[in-house]
Design a protein. Sequence first.
Length: 228
Amino acid sequence: MTLPEPVELGPAVVAESLRAQVADAVRAALVAGSMAPGEVCSAPQLAERFGVSVTPVREALLELVRDGLLVAVRNGFRVAEYSREELDATSDVRLLLEPEAAERAAARPVADRVAAAEALRAAARLVVEAAAAGDVVGHVRADRAFHAGLLQLAGNPVLTDTVLRLRDRSRLYGRADAVQRSTLEQAAAEHHRLLDLVVAGDGAGARAAMAGHVRHVRAEWSPRDRRG
């Protein structure tokens, strides 16, 4: 098992921030495939790797259990395994929610869309840079930040939380050695097109673009023939 990189911490980091940083690092490792389905990790093991106490690490791992990325077992936490049918079902739910969220974001007042555009474009650029470098973990982190910002623009925090969990779960079978750079670059380019449509207030176009984006991720990141 390849563990995620250590978290760089300042002396005044509070427990909640520490937990969140550990959760983000482990989530990226899971989605990028450096922690594979079925593998088991432990809170003490990761705490030693990060150089932090066990408590925030255990709290972070329990959060990922709630998100469906890990399963609590007797000797630690096992990376969740999903069947082809479960991945298809997750993709179906995403197709019900994410295009609607994109259309809602495009319907927000012009001032809101313009205010959000700068941060979203910065996140989209990071996705492009990570894709160009073949950096799967960096791509996952930047991609999640972009979609989180777009979902927040839609204005429904429950929708944001639900979709982000589904996105993480649907990309659980990504592999650094299996995801082609062209796949990352295509997904990155789709972000800019999607953002242009949202900023322009084109709800129908944003809905269609997001639907295509979700289907692309399902087909390329976790192919249907990878799991039985």
